[in-house]
Design a protein around this ligand. Structure first.
Ligand code: FES
Length: 198
């Protein structure tokens, strides 16, 4: 596919004028891919509300940019955001949008299992990996967590890029809209009910 925008900042700038936006902003696959790579992969993104995962083992699957992720409640009550990607061969750990996985996720391909904080739990036939330098590998660390996760009054946000502004710096005053909403609720807390329209 011919690239019209990737290496052409002037062409990108020309897409938006004071009073109009070029239709490619809405329809061009290359613009969409660039948005995923350059915008959503580098900024704080809302993942979900922690009331969507009320019990241990509850998970909610979504994406940050083009990356599938899982928001999951661990057995100690903490909420984690993990890449939905097996560290062995990259298989999706689950294709369900939500559910309860119990104490472990189990990869459907070769059966590796992981605790709900992403840490490795068990491998079938572990002796088969003895000569594969498995112990020191990235795969041995388990499911990769998204590097930055912040829970603001139940609203869970994450950022994939290691650098960039922190949560408070990025959102600043705009957090007051969440605070106003939560403060007005009689229980002092919100709950997402009835599923989520995606
Ligand atoms: S790809 Fe997940 S266990 Fe092999």
């Amino acid at each position: 596919m011919t690239s019209r925008y990737r290496d052409d900042p002037a062409a990108l700038r020309a897409l938006a004028r004071d009073a109009e936006v070029h239709r490619d902003v809405y329809t061009d696959p290359e613009i969409f891919a660039l948005e995923m790579e350059r915008l959503f992969a580098n900024t704080w993104v809302y993942v979900g509300h922690d009331s969507q995962v009320p019990g241990a083992g509850d998970y909610f699957g979504t994406t940050i940019g083009a990356q599938p992720v899982l928001m999951v409640r661990h057995e100690d009550g903490t909420v984690h955001v993990l890449y939905n990607r097996c560290p062995h061969k990259g298989t999706r750990i689950t294709t369900e949008t939500c559910g309860n996985t119990g104490r472990f996720f189990r990869c459907p391909y070769h059966g590796w299992s992981f605790r709900t904080d992403g840490s490795p739990a068990a491998l079938p036939l572990p002796s088969g990996y003895e000569n594969a330098a498995f112990a020191g590998s990235q795969a041995a660390l388990g499911l990769t967590p998204v590097p930055h996760v912040h829970n603001h009054r139940g609203f869970v946000f994450a950022k994939m890029a290691p650098g960039g502004p922190g949560f408070d710096e990025f959102f600043g005053e705009s957090l007051s809209s969440i605070d106003n909403m939560v403060d007005r609720s009689p229980a002092g807390r919100l709950e997402v009910a009835g599923g989520v329209l995606r």
